[in-house]
Design a protein around this ligand. Structure first.
Ligand code: ZN
Length: 654
């Protein structure tokens, strides 16, 4: 049963303002996202989306258990105390609420991003009394895991020299399984055929009587109760599939959940990647492997979505003009592709987030992960516009742009065109940037070794930046105003030189390839701005980026694009190394300190996540779904309590 809904529909004239900001605690902020054009879906599509959403929600417990074997017991005890504890004004109770909100956000007791265990602020004595007062059972062993700092301190450890399994709280391996044993088991079972099975994707390795065994995630196996509900809803969704490929994909996913058979999983991936025509699409199952310290087993996730037709047209336009972009770029003709094909990226609207996509979520998806399938059948790469839009709307008025942008003119331009510039830049980067240019004979892709990804991202970014200012975009109807690009240029320079440093700890170098690439571009341009095309000015002891000549800035981007393409095409490792080491890695310590202080004063949460909308089917007297209603009014606490009540299928201990 769904709770009674407060519908915000019903009055079409006075739309209440949509509130993107839902909640904020610790370093986390919860937002709400809109699902534009949901009403443009037909009943079949809405019904399909509804059942896929139900399937998405039933995987929630799986993720808690994968993250740590104690998570479900802890969450349930906390929720029981939260609901039943009498004195809601008790300051210790407020601390429990804060901790529980954090547990929901992280799907467990470890920070979703840093992997570190966070500790309750309420006392263990108070918690014991609250458990007793509410008739809640929780073993001392589990309380130790909650309260004692050293126990299960990291969800996933990648520290050199440690047994990574022993050092990680993640539940991908049963008690007593060592890293060496797991690696040996994987090595013995590895499939070396041309169309390999992803051995270990959907199982936990355990030790029984000294022998390593697989507990497979399937109906009748590990996570049976949750996967049975996933299957039940996929079976309902199947009846509303839009295309034959989609029908095949959903059937294969059902079979895979029932049997755990990895050949069926490969068939699912192939059918899924071939399904390009359906408006509604989804991810559902054991997918990304970042959370397994050995990088083998998939973490359960789901995202239900549908194609954003308008924005997809935008990427198709760019991709249809791929040859024009290639021919007119600043790169040396010998490094250009004679025949270049644009990639048509799909832009989607997220409609339901589940498992490892909830509440914190990726803003892009690129699947499947198996290389041989990508090579033979391609992959689906999508950007998720409505979530990016929600981040942006929620950030308005938080003081960030006021603090860091140099004047009102650029701030206004950014507020008007910032999102569009960022969307277009991403499209150019993905649809034509990466695919442009060619390698000279004998040069291989890995010639630039450890600097390959920084240089490759810089190349695609520069391609996008160079064309963002081109009149061609205005001609193609993609930019409404020939000055709009300035918002994107200013943002790139400000971010690359200054504001992205808020994510770096004092004294540390920049490691991540995308961040390196952004600083590389901005720093190089800054150092080469001989006529002060860009400069950093000081006002009242604060530093600001100022762009004096946008056309000059474009020329500098173009020059760097030419050099980065040369480095790539020639496989010039020495030049790549020099470029990265000079511009991308080291941080200006004084500027960094200032930026961190200014950022800290804004008191912003660096990590964001979402609440989902609520979908309610409307049925006729025979029980057929005639429409699906969407409602955005549910809050963060209410949503999690409802999910725990209606979508919690697993036993305490699996
Ligand atoms: Zn890229």
């Amino acid at each position: 049963m769904l709770p009674a809904l407060i519908l915000i529909a019903g009055c079409t004239k006075q739309q209440p303002t949509f509130n993107y900001n839902v909640d904020k605690f610790y370093d986390l902020e919860v937002l709400r996202y809109k699902v534009p054009d949901f009403e443009s879906l037909n009943v079949q599509q809405k019904t399909l989306l509804y059942y896929l959403s139900e399937a998405a929600l039933h995987g929630r417990d799986i993720l808690y258990d994968q993250n740590c074997r104690y998570n479900l017991r802890i969450r349930r005890a906390l929720e029981q105390v939260y609901i039943n504890y009498a004195d809601k004004q008790d300051p210790q109770f407020a601390l429990l609420e804060k901790y529980l909100k954090r547990v929901w956000f992280s799907n467990g007791i470890h920070h979703h991003y840093s992997e570190d265990k966070f500790l309750p602020e309420f006392t263990r004595e108070w918690f014991d009394a609250a458990l007793a007062a509410t008739g809640t059972q929780l073993d001392e062993e589990v309380k130790d895991v909650m309260f004692v700092p050293g126990i299960m301190a990291k969800r996933m450890s990648q520290a050199d020299g440690e047994d990574l399994i022993a050092a990680s709280a993640g539940n991908y391996y049963g008690e007593g399984v060592t890293q060496a044993e797991a690696e040996q088991w994987y090595a013995e079972h590895k499939d070396n055929s041309a169309e390999p099975l992803w051995i270990g994707l959907n199982s936990q390795l355990v030790k029984e009587d000294g022998v390593i065994k697989e507990r497979v995630y399937k109906v009748g196996g590990l996570y049976s109760e949750a996967l049975a509900k996933v299957v039940e809803n996929l079976e309902k969704a199947l009846q509303y599939a839009e295309t034959n490929e989609q029908r095949t994909a959903i059937s294969k996913m059902i079979d895979f959940n029932k049997t755990g058979d990895l050949k069926t999983f490969n068939e699912y991936c192939i059918a899924w990647v071939k399904d390009l025509e359906s408006r509604v699409d989804y991810v559902n199952g054991f997918t990304e492997t970042y959370s397994d310290p050995l990088g083998i087993t998939g973490t359960w996730e789901s995202m239900v979505n549908f194609k954003d037709l308008e924005a997809t047209k935008r990427t198709q336009t760019i991709s249809a003009n791929a040859q024009w972009f290639e021919d007119h770029s600043t790169t040396d003709p010998q490094y250009k592709k004679e025949e270049v094909k644009g990639v048509s990226a799909k832009v989607i609207t997220a409609a339901m987030l589940g498992g490892d996509c909830y509440p914190a979520t990726p803003i892009g998806i690129n699947l499947p992960n198996a290389n041989w399938i990508r090579k033979e059948y391609g992959s689906k790469s999508v950007t998720i516009d409505n979530l990016a839009h929600a981040y942006n709307e929620a950030a308005k008025g938080n003081g960030f742009n006021e603090e860091f942008m140099v004047d009102d003119d650029i701030r206004r331009l950014y507020e008007e065109y910032g999102v569009l510039c960022s969307d277009l830049h991403t499209d150019l980067h993905e649809c034509v940037g990466h695919g442009s240019g060619k390698l000279m004979p004998g040069v291989t892709k890995d010639a630039l070794k450890e600097h390959a990804s920084t240089i490759e991202e810089a190349r695609a970014d520069l391609f996008g930046l160079y064309y963002l200012a081109d009149n061609k975009l205005v001609e193609l109807g993609l930019l409404p105003d020939p000055d709009a690009y300035k918002a994107g240029y200013y943002q790139q320079m400000m971010n690359g030189l200054m504001t992205q440093l808020v994510r770096i700890e004092p004294g540390k170098d920049i490691e991540e390839a995308h961040m390196r690439n952004r600083q590389l571009i901005a720093n190089w341009v800054y150092e080469h701005a001989a006529d002060k095309e860009v400069e950093i000015i000081e006002r009242d002891g604060k530093h600001y980026l100022q762009v004096n000549d946008y056309e000059g800035l474009r020329r500098l981007y173009g020059e760097l694009l030419r050099e980065i393409q040369r480095i790539t095409s020639e496989g010039d490792y020495a030049a790549a190394k020099q470029m990265v080491e000079t511009y991308a890695v080291k941080v200006n310590q004084e500027l960094h300190k200032e930026i961190l202080e200014r950022y800290a004063r804004l008191d912003l949460a660096p990590y964001k996540g979402f609440v989902n909308p609520v979908y309610t089917p409307v049925k006729d007297k025979d029980g057929n779904i005639t429409d699906v209603r969407i409602d955005y009014s549910e809050g963060y606490v209410a949503q999690h309590l409802r999910y725990s009540r209606d979508y919690s299928d697993l036993p305490d201990i699996n």
